[in-house]
Design a protein around this ligand. Structure first.
Ligand code: AMP
Ligand code: MG
Length: 516
């Protein structure tokens, strides 16, 4: 208000000025669970916060009002510097198996649940969590912080995965601060705001089971069922009675295990089909909702290699690309073990989780069939798929470019995909079989369909590195541009075609470890 304004004029100004978008108030997170499941924590402000990236798509998904990021408090709230209305900051406790070994208690060591929003359109609860917001009772020896590079990677990849149609936690924004954070070298701090209907992991249930806290175990399982798997309350519903190998679940908890196994099978099929390597598939990084969660040393493969290890710290290759589906199954066993006190028998638990054995290959074959443009299943499909992957593996052919260019080949433009192939004769022989399998289909429509499942743009490591390098110099425009392109991964976007090119030679030397 300017000093010479009368009170009436000031009132007029207030009513005619564009409305300031306020952030909706939070409701306390995990409120129906109680203190055995989390600790109330303090905020740990960071100095001089600034915006690094904002996803308006995530904001829209969460039902935030337009202009939310301009709300005067937004930057402070999403850096963890200021408590927002209704916020009760909490860190949850979980345990887990890390690299195949029981690791005991872990918990949100650098994550803080600010609260929940009720999405206006459908009343879906959305949890709002900061990552890198400072120490919690579960930080163990850690500083509770995250660095700029890993925060940008998580932000971009969460939103890229969502745009690819792959279940994932979302990322609303990243903020940065000049505060130093020590890793291999001194870096600067950043905070990612993550959104998800739930951040609960296999490790949450493992925690209470391993501690013999059966009442808490049941309470948590009931919470998951009531919120996310209400169909588990009718355990026999929707189960194929003719499937003698998998007798119907005997109770709601066996049904929960079965449903989580089915979602996990579908998730893994999607990862494998797009060439995504998670890198740290510990049970504490496995979502009970079947979402991709905890982006660390992940990678979208460039040259296809089934043995590819994207995590520099994974010396044994436990989480190599081709092992991911088997590791997910191992993790489901750990979840089944955790749920045993609530399930009548070991046999019932094994029957519930072993649906994965059929569901995963079935889901993967459906995805691969779509990638190949095949509209219906036929006898030779499997061999055609396997041989395509063998062709790629033999010469580390670029995974994303191969599938995208295959769509053009189906339309008659075979040279671009042949250009990727050192052994053209082998490709030509395979492609003849592919065309034979497509016989009778409209090839133009098929190619268009293939482009809707084979992305042109994925978050290759070198693209992330370039955006990070610019951000470190204070230029956030590359983060914004990359986000925008990755939000439409199936569109041609010719003006950004360079982002779909083969990686430069230096990309092979990028080493991403667990350190973040
Ligand atoms: P991650 O490998 O990132 O999934 O983390 C494994 C566990 O270590 C989780 O309990 C994290 O919260 C915790 N953690 C990772 N980094 C830090 C850190 N810098 N400070 C405190 N806890 C951390
Ligand atoms: Mg984790």
């Amino acid at each position: 208000m300017s000093p010479d304004m009368s009170p009436d004029a000031a009132l007029d100004e207030r009513t005619t000025a564009p409305p300031r978008a306020a952030l909706p108030p939070f409701q306390p997170p995990l409120a129906d669970l109680g203190p055995a499941f989390f600790s109330d924590i303090a905020l740990h402000p960071l100095p001089q916060p600034h915006w690094v990236g904002i996803s308006q798509a995530a904001a829209q998904w969460a039902g935030l009002p337009e202009g939310w990021a301009d709300a005067p408090e937004a930057l402070e709230v999403f850096t963890g510097n200021r408590a927002h209305a209704g916020s009760v900051p909490r860190a949850s406790v979980y345990s887990g198996h890390q690299f195949g070994v029981w690791a005991g208690q872990l918990g949100d060591g650098r994550a803080c649940l600010l609260g929940e929003w009720l999405r206006p359109t459908d009343e879906q609860r959305i949890e709002v969590q900061l990552k890198g917001s400072g120490p919690t009772p579960y930080s163990r020896m850690g500083d509770g912080r995250a660095v700029l590079r890993s925060s940008i990677r998580e932000f971009l990849c969460s939103e890229a995965m969502h745009a690819l149609g792959i279940p994932t936690t979302r990322a609303l924004c990243v903020t940065g601060s000049p505060a130093p954070v020590r890793r291999e070298e001194i870096e600067t701090a950043a905070v990612v705001t993550r959104l998800s209907p739930s951040f609960l992991r296999f490790g949450h249930l493992e925690h209470f089971s391993a501690n013999g806290q059966t009442d808490e175990l049941r309470k948590l399982a009931d919470h998951v069922i009531d919120r996310f798997y209400p169909e588990a309350r009718s355990p026999q519903a929707g189960v194929d009675e003719a499937d003698k190998a998998h007798p119907p679940p005997t109770n709601a908890y066996a049904a929960l295990l079965r449903l989580v196994s089915l979602r996990t099978a579908d998730l893994l099929a999607q990862w494998q089909a797009v060439g995504f390597c998670h890198g740290v598939m510990n049970t504490d990084n496995m979502s009970l909702l079947g979402l991709t969660i905890d982006y660390g040393p992940f990678q979208f493969m460039d040259g296809f290699d089934p043995a590819h290890i994207c995590n520099h710290s994974d010396h044994q290759g436990r989480y190599a690309f081709a092992r991911q589906p088997q590791i997910a199954y191992w993790n489901l066993y750990a979840l089944g073990q955790a749920l045993l006190p609530l399930i009548d028998s070991q046999e019932a638990a094994v029957a519930a989780l072993s649906v994965y054995e059929q569901a995963f290959p079935k889901a993967l074959q459906a995805r691969m069939r779509a990638k190949l443009g095949l509209t219906k299943a036929a006898d030779g499909d499997r061999a055609l798929m396997d041989d395509a992957m063998r062709l790629l593996a033999a010469h580390r052919i670029d995974h994303t470019l191969f599938w995208r260019r295959l769509a053009s080949a189906v339309e008659g433009d075979t040279e671009p995909v042949r250009d990727l192939m050192p052994d053209r004769a082998a490709f030509d022989a395979w492609f003849e079989r592919h065309l034979a399998a497509l016989a009778g289909q409209d090839l133009l429509a098929t190619a268009a369909q293939m482009r809707r499942v084979n992305p042109k743009y994925v978050l290759r490591n070198h693209l992330g590195e370039q955006a990070i390098a610019a951000a470190r110099q204070g230029d956030m425009s590359e983060v914004a541009r990359l986000l925008q392109v990755l939000q439409h991964p199936f569109d041609e976007q010719p003006e950004h075609a360079a982002l779909a090119d083969l990686p430069p030679a230096w990309a092979a030397d990028i080493a991403i470890s667990c350190s973040s």
